[in-house]
Write a protein that binds this ligand. Structure first.
Ligand SMILES: Cc1cc2nc3c(=O)[nH]c(=O)nc-3n(C[C@H](O)[C@H](O)[C@H](O)COP(=O)(O)OP(=O)(O)OC[C@H]3O[C@@H](n4cnc5c(N)ncnc54)[C@H](O)[C@@H]3O)c2cc1C
Ligand code: SF4
Ligand code: SF4
Length: 460
């Protein structure tokens, strides 16, 4: 094994995504997950826990350079998968579509497939519980969302919708270890990777976590994103009881995101993302720094993974459409039966189509990540499936990758300053200025965009 690491090494190197795996393994050492000053969940605990290097940690932290990578984990779990693609990994079949039965599609963020698969696994008696993310009580829990194990179909439905909010698995992993049963876990790719790494070392988790449901992932936001919503909707964050990142409207395309905050008095406020200073997802506001060094967009180690079909005609369909990639033979059979019974409206698509639905994400996390690797990292050097590469990206692409990096870093710092001084405008004005610069560079928009063209900073 390469150098043996401790949690502190990963945290200090900006590589901690806050999955909670190390905390789940060290409850006895006062280990716990807490928000840092930038609204990101990080491990806390005794010096012994944080600073003692161990081979167990080095093998199980998803950002440890010595941990098995996504290709190795997928090869172990899906040796018989008939197809392999450089972007989506091993798979049996991929589809685009939605759930045609019950309220799954309407309640879901996309086509409702995650909740349907979780519910179907339970209905068929294949699992006893699903670990997924549900709303929390901000007053009691000090956060808007948390992982929970749902043990009924009704509880699974309560969890529908995407949460771009820091959550961690420390408590549910502990619960799975304590309470015998068969469990499915829903998670973003790095969390599913963490689960597999832990399963390799822990026979109890190996036996009890029987299915993994992956979400495609662009990046993870900090908890400050919700506070920024509140500032920009003119409501005190203390009054917010519930957060919906994406609400559906029958007359609007699925990709016109509208965020809604529910308040203590039962009223609600909402705003379209494009009216928010930080509402351009691609610009990378509030992104966890670890996401700079992640190359798994589609959850390559999950039994089945789900994203949004961001290509036409699906993106304009107000109901929402999933893109689905299957890797597990039994899940494949379940999906085929769902289609045959008319419960699922899914059309088979090839790997290239899946990649097309996530084109921007793959640019940022493959070409962009290789470019960022070429800068080196302070502390632990991540080892990824791609080598560092500063030669391939064009000048315009390099500027865009640098701008996103700068926006992510700046959003944490300017928000922190604005929060500390009680002056939201410090952040909001900076965020608008950063968006104008990003849009000029990426889309040649506005007066700045003309300047970008004049200076020949575009690819054309
Ligand atoms: C941080 C994040 C980034 C994403 N980025 C992309 C992207 O770039 N491209 C893309 O196509 N799709 C992305 N997705 C996935 C997308 O938003 C939808 O979640 C996915 O298409 C499933 O929709 P659905 O209607 O099938 O799910 P639903 O039926 O609405 O069910 C969603 C399920 O996911 C669980 N869940 C919600 N948030 C989390 C979370 N943070 N961690 C674990 N479980 C959770 C819920 O509890 C629920 O069980 C992202 C999701 C997240 C959480
Ligand atoms: S990424 Fe997960 S396992 Fe690694 S240090 Fe952070 S919380 Fe611990
Ligand atoms: S981009 Fe990668 S590291 Fe970041 S949250 Fe998504 S899966 Fe995790």
């Amino acid at each position: 094994m390469k150098e043996t690491l401790a949690p502190k090494d990963i945290i200090k190197s900006g590589l901690c995504i806050g999955c909670g795996s190390c905390v789940a393994q060290n409850k006895a050492l006062e280990a716990r997950m807490e928000f840092d000053p930038y609204g990101q969940l990080k491990p806390k605990g005794s010096r012994q826990f944080l600073q003692t290097p161990s081979s167990q940690f080095t093998l199980t932290c998803p950002f440890s350079p010595a941990a098995k990578n996504e290709n190795e984990l997928a090869a172990e779990r899906y040796p018989a998968a008939p197809h392999t693609d450089g972007y989506i990994g091993r798979f049996t079949q991929s589809y685009i579509g939605y759930v045609a039965t019950g309220g799954f599609r309407m309640q879901g963020s996309s086509g409702g497939m995650v909740s349907w698969v979780a519910a179907e696994l339970m209905r068929r008696g294949l699992i006893d519980g699903v670990a997924h993310v549900v709303p929390a009580d901000p007053e009691k829990d000090g956060r808007f969302f948390k992982f929970r194990i749902s043990r009924s179909l009704e509880a699974i439905n309560q969890g529908a919708q995407s949460r771009y909010y820091p959550i961690d698995m420390s408590e549910i992993l502990e619960e799975i270890r304590q309470v015998p049963g068969r469990y499915a876990i829903v998670g973003i790719p790095c969390f599913i990777k963490a689960v597999h790494l832990l399963r390799r070392e822990d026979p109890v988790l190996q036996e009890r976590i029987v299915y993994t449901l992956g979400l495609f992932c662009g990046h993870m936001k900090s908890a400050r994103f919700v506070e920024s919503f509140a500032w920009q909707m003119d409501v005190p964050i203390e009054d917010v009881t519930q957060v919906a990142y994406r609400t559906k409207h029958p007359e609007r395309p699925a990709n016109w995101y509208n965020a809604r905050l529910t308040l203590k008095d039962g009223s609600s406020v909402n705003k379209d993302w494009w009216h928010l200073a930080d509402g351009d997802w691609g610009a990378g506001y509030f992104m966890n720094p670890a996401c700079n060094f992640c190359d798994d967009v589609v959850g390559e180690t999950a039994d089945i993974s789900f994203g949004d079909a961001w290509i036409e005609p699906y993106a304009s369909d107000s109901g929402g459409n999933n893109v689905v990639v299957i890797r597990h033979a039994l899940v494949q059979q379940m999906i085929e039966e769902g289609i045959a019974h008319g419960d699922l409206h899914l059309t088979p698509v090839d790997a290239a189509t899946v990649v097309q639905t996530q084109a921007a994400g793959f640019r940022q996390r493959r070409e962009g990540m290789a470019y960022r690797l070429s800068w080196g990292n302070k502390g632990v050097q991540p080892i990824k499936r791609l080598p560092p590469d500063a030669l391939t990206p064009t000048r315009n692409r390099k500027l865009i990758y640098r701008m996103r990096y700068w926006i992510s870093e700046g959003s944490h710092r300017f928000f922190h300053l604005a929060r500390k001084t009680g002056k939201p405008n410090i952040y909001i004005k900076w965020a608008r200025m950063a968006a104008a610069m990003y849009h000029a560079l990426a889309y040649q928009r506005g007066k700045l965009g003309k300047l970008v063209q004049k200076l020949k900073l575009t690819d054309a």
